[in-house]
Write a protein that binds this ligand. Structure first.
Ligand code: CAO
Length: 553
């Protein structure tokens, strides 16, 4: 074991450069070329890699310090056998590559004495114009895997990562940050892994070569965003695929965020000028995980293709600065509701359709049953009629009774008619399910609705009582309102909102007649139900409620 002081390498002429990130702390074990510091000059930021493997014993600089070549950074305990000249050369090359100054007229040392070089050329960028290099994510000496980001380019409308077409070692950088490049330009030279391992053989062609991508306008959805998934094929300059290049973060932090699937645009930087540090990304992920546990809307962490919605968090505001406040804890049901609502809102492309059912005759019939209802001890409200009408219409239009399968490969068609009923309770909103509604009569439905609503208010529903629904009814009729847009109770495909019935003048062809109209709003998942299907379902509902004899058909 030997104790070594690690100094700032040649910074390519730059002097008094600011330390913007100290990437190690006392006790950390670091490998050769692990980042010790991130420095930032007025032109570029650069990582200072460790020339030795060892354990950090002392950190001699802090964020905000100005350093120059030779400034002592850390003291390390090393095994004592590393090749300092080689590592220092790598550190020098790294600093030179990242500092936008004229390319050093310095001979590059090949990765191995007999290895062949591959020249990395840019793919078709979908534009003939030169685009800016806004970040170079690698340095000479870096080992990269196929698909690792080499650099970030920025065109007029979007930014893109350029992934490495090979696994291997960067031996030369042919471009600089701040420079301009075009499709087909050579940007780096690499010793590919095969070349390094097998010096006797010709380096084989890499299995995956960069595929020239079509312009974004021609093939918008064919490639997943590179922020969420690493891909061996270079992306196109498509806005939808734009990675987080407009954020202020160093290459290591970007790499770290990419590994975790974090969209850096959603992370608040705690550093100078809002620079994002590794700790900010860690804090963001921690927050996302705890949000998942508590059910509150989580910040976006992508988990594969199609994920990574990029929804920014709504910042908390300290309202106590403006007057008296009280913090009210959320009930378990309220937390679950919030999580479900948010998930549905983010996942379901929903449409709401409105109509009025003329329930004048239905109401006469219902009121005529009042004495019998009292005798039976049952409260017959419009909701029971709506339940039955929905069940009949669901049988006639099975598309309403489908669910989307998360695989995106199939739909689930339910052959039973179970309907959920939203019930407002002191603990929050719950949705008990009434089973086989199509096989039940009005009295049964009225009785069962009242019974489950009471059970819900008493907090006695079991998990089973709330499962298996294929459709939901949310009635605010007893409360009021002329219409609302309910949120689908996913994975169900649709929900019917019922508002307060009122007497309205309706033109009967000769005169306005007073009719009792019931406002209905049907929200449906447009992935499962198209507008025509929803329209037919709603029209049938309205017809049945307008003439309840149709319930018998
Ligand atoms: N228009 C006019 N009056 C209506 C009506 C309508 N659409 N629907 C019901 N009413 C009347 C009933 O006829 C009853 O009046 P009478 O006592 O004179 O007959 C009165 O309103 C009260 O009805 P109710 O609430 O006891 O029973 P209900 O069958 O209408 O509703 C239930 C049952 C469980 C849906 C209701 O109690 C409830 O919890 N509603 C809230 C649902 C909710 O919160 N939805 C929002 C979900 S999304 O946030």
């Amino acid at each position: 074991m030997a104790s070594e002081t690690i100094n700032v390498p040649d910074l390519g002429g730059a002097d008094a450069v600011e330390v913007i990130e100290v990437s190690v702390s006392i006790g950390d074990e670091v490998g050769v070329e692990d980042t010790l510091l991130v420095l930032e000059s007025d032109k570029a930021s650069m990582d200072v890699p460790s020339p030795q493997a060892g354990v950090i014993k002392k950190v001699l600089v802090k964020v905000g310090d100005k350093v120059s070549q030779g400034t002592a950074i850390v003291e390390m305990e090393t095994a004592g056998s590393a090749a300092p000249e080689k590592a220092e050369a790598a550190a020098e090359q790294k600093a030179e590559a990242e500092e936008p100054k004229p390319a050093p007229a310095k001979a590059e040392k090949p990765a191995t004495s007999q290895s062949a070089q591959q020249t990395v050329k840019l793919p078709d960028l979908g534009t003939g114009d030169a685009v800016d290099i806004i970040e170079i994510s690698v340095a000479v000496g870096d080992e990269v895997a196929e698909g690792d980001t080499l650099m970030t380019l920025e065109g007029d409308k979007a930014t893109m990562d350029v992934p490495s077409p090979y696994a291997g070692k960067i031996t030369k950088l042919l471009v600089k940050e701040g420079g301009k490049v075009k499709s087909g330009d050579a940007v780096a030279e690499m010793a590919t892994q095969a070349a390094v391992q097998s010096t006797a053989q010709q380096p084989p062609e890499p299995e995956t070569k960069p595929q020239p991508p079509a312009p974004a306008s021609e093939k918008p959805a064919e490639k997943p965003p590179q922020v969420a998934e690493s891909s061996s094929a270079p992306g196109t300059l498509s806005e939808a695929e734009a990675p987080a290049a407009d954020v202020y973060a160093g290459p290591m932090v970007r790499q770290f965020a990419r590994e975790l699937g974090v969209d850096l645009r959603n992370v608040q930087g705690s550093g100078d000028k809002g620079r994002i540090a590794k700790e900010d990304v860690q804090g963001y992920v921690k927050q996302a995980l705890s949000a998942l546990e508590t059910g509150s809307p989580a910040p976006s962490v992508s988990s594969g293709a199609g994920a990574g919605t990029g929804i920014p968090q709504i910042p908390d505001l300290d309202y106590s600065l403006f007057g008296e406040i009280e913090e009210l804890p959320l009930s378990r049901i309220a937390k679950l509701t919030a999580a479900n609502m948010t998930r549905t809102w983010l996942n379901v492309p929903a449409v709401t359709q409105f109509d009025d059912a003329d329930i004048t005759e239905m109401e006469e019939f219902r009121k005529g049953l009042k004495a019998e209802a009292d005798k039976r001890g049952v409260k017959l409200t419009p909701v029971a009629f709506m339940m039955l009408a929905c069940a009949r219409a669901m049988v006639a239009h099975p598309v309403i009774n489908r669910s989307w399968h998360s695989s995106g490969e199939k739909l689930i068609q339910k052959k039973f008619v179970h309907i959920g009923m939203a019930v407002d309770t002191p603990r929050g909103l719950v949705v008990p399910v009434i089973r086989d509604v199509d096989k039940k009569g009005l009295w049964d439905l009225a009785e069962e609705t009242a019974a489950v609503a009471q059970k819900a208010r008493d907090g006695k529903l079991s998990a089973n009582d709330m499962q298996g629904g294929g459709f939901t009814i949310s009635s605010l009729g007893a409360i009021g309102g002329r219409g609302f847009t309910p949120i689908v109770n996913a994975p169900e495909a649709a929900i019917l909102g019922i508002s307060k019935a009122s007497i309205q003048p309706v033109w009967d062809g000769k005169a306005f007649a007073p009719r009792q109209l019931l406002p209905l709003s049907l929200t449906y998942d447009h992935r499962l139900i198209n507008g025509a299907d929803a329209g037919k379902f709603m029209t049938e509902l309205v017809a049945m409620m307008g003439d309840i004899r149709r319930l018998l058909l």
